[in-house]
Design a protein around this ligand. Structure first.
Ligand SMILES: Nc1cc(N)c2c(=O)[nH][nH]c(=O)c2c1
Length: 374
């Protein structure tokens, strides 16, 4: 494959849902895809080859964390993020803007960008569209996200419109700053809060920029699922069908299933990894909180039918003990189980779409969740 190739091909459709392949020099991303979050150059509690073996084709890196520590310049000096974290496959990085607004102190947003203080040492930083793209390039990111302004919901239409318009102007600045990076891509981010006309305007304006892919941002920020799904239904017809659609920060297995149904191709969420570290597990039989005393003498595995060792071998009683004892192995095994289930769900969705039986598959998984643990 020549190094200037980035391609997306829709291979099958089932209603609005589709399977596809993003082909890049570092590998192929099978869609619908779930991207494990590798915040500070690590998918927490997992070895990179474990993450790959579970079926992940791409992981997400957080620009905000990496720019503060160890800094993008140092990662570049050390050979780039892929070499640094021993993940030779595609990496998508967010712009840093969302985490600036959620993690940093004393931040100010204006036309130029976001000025903020590091949550680590209080140092002051200015994140402009140009700087965000520069940092993502220094990291060696394969898919780089534009800098945008994500508003919390609920908010007034005026607040949503102001942020959406600023994000459009920043998208153009990011496109110019990104320039031509053979084999890499820059994605725009649709904003607009929960206002349908703003969402449509954002999607239409971004489509004019002819970017390699488009994210739906500003969701999974506290709104009810039905609002999120309505916004997806609103923008989907106005997003280029031949480009990947990425729903940022989503979500639970049900969020993912309902969003794939509506035409979303890519997802990222800390849910499976963060929940695993806190004793929460996702299985084909629904969710379980392993802290619960009812598991103290339960010798069954999490899921005897899973192919994952963490799911089919260790007893719930042992996992309960590890969680209650705050043992590192508990975090490792439950994270492993959760990522295994998320990737099993994505593989099931891809196969169901390819076989033209998505609605049946969705009915089967939801029935299994509803039946609960066995
Ligand atoms: N839920 C969300 C998670 C995210 N990482 C982002 C983001 O990085 N940018 N913009 C967004 O709107 C956004 C929403």
């Amino acid at each position: 494959m020549t190094t200037d190739q980035f391609s997306f091909t829709v291979t099958k459709t089932d209603g609005a849902a589709r399977t596809g392949e993003i082909r890049m020099p570092r590998g192929v991303i099978r869609t619908p895809a779930f991207m494990p979050v590798g915040t500070a150059a690590t998918v927490k509690a997992m070895y990179p080859d474990q993450v790959k073996a579970l079926g992940a084709d791409v992981v997400l890196g957080n620009t905000y964390h990496l720019m503060l520590r160890p800094t993008a310049e140092r990662v570049a000096k050390l050979g780039g993020l892929h070499k640094f974290m021993n993940w030779p496959y595609p990496i998508l990085t967010d712009s840093g803007g969302f985490q600036v607004m959620s993690l940093s102190a004393l931040r100010k947003i204006d036309e130029n960008g976001v000025t903020f203080q590091s949550h680590i040492d209080g140092s002051t930083h200015v994140m402009t569209p140009e700087r965000s793209i520069e940092i993502q390039g220094l990291l060696g990111s394969d898919i780089q996200m534009q800098l945008d302004e994500c508003v919390k919901l609920p908010c007034t239409d005026a607040v949503a419109e102001k942020a959406m318009q600023l994000s459009l102007r920043w998208a153009e600045r990011c496109r110019v700053a990104f320039g031509e990076q053979p084999g890499r891509a820059m994605f725009g981010i649709v904003q607009g809060g929960a206002v349908e006309r703003l969402r449509i305007e954002s999607a239409k304006e971004l489509a004019q920029l002819d970017l390699k892919g488009y994210a739906i941002g500003g969701l999974a920020v506290g709104e009810p699922q039905e609002v999120m799904l309505r916004m997806i239904e609103t923008v989907e017809p106005h997003m280029p069908k031949e480009k990947p659609r990425y729903l940022m920060g989503v979500g639970t297995p049900d969020d993912i299933v309902e969003s794939v149904r509506r035409g979303v191709d890519m997802f990222d969420c800390v849910m499976p990894t963060r929940a695993g570290r806190h004793g929460q597990v996702f299985t084909r039989h629904g969710r379980m909180n392993l802290r619960n005393a009812r598991f103290a003498e339960d010798l069954r595995p999490l899921d005897a039918d899973s192919k994952c060792v963490a799911s089919n071998t260790y007893s719930r009683a042992y996992l309960h003990h590890l969680v209650r004892s705050n043992e590192i192995l508990g975090m490792m095994l439950l994270t492993w189980n959760n990522l295994a289930y998320y990737q099993e769900l994505m593989a099931g969705l891809r196969k169901a779409i390819a076989d033209g039986r998505l609605e049946d598959y969705i009915g089967e998984v939801k029935e299994s969740w509803a039946k609960g643990e066995r």
